[in-house]
Design a protein around this ligand. Sequence first.
Ligand SMILES: [Zn+2]
Length: 128
Amino acid sequence: MPTHNATCHCGTVRFQITSPLTEFTTCDCSLCKMRGAVMVKVPEADLTVTAGEAALTLYQWNMRIAKHYFCSQCGIYVFHNKRAAPDHYGVNVRCLTDVAIDAAPLRATEGENMSVNPVGAQAHWLGP
Ligand SMILES: [Zn+2]
């Protein structure tokens, strides 16, 4: 399995992923639109935090299922535990040290209509 090293901007948080990079995604939910990240989905077991775990800060909103982690020193979003696939992480491709942004095809996923609690809440995400 390929190992890809990753870091936040200041280098406090470091992690590795060991997944093939088959697809990158963007998302148009209200959070992803603001952070503007290109992401790659990796199984939970394929991500290891190697340094700075204590510096990770958790942001949760809306239904408080997804866990959005960012570095408390530099503020960079590093990865999130996905609401639609809780056994996977979405990883900030820009944090991967040796991976070009065009190393995999980019797909825009639809997050805008993921339910926002409580008004108009859907029980389940309808999927990408
Ligand atoms: Zn940092």
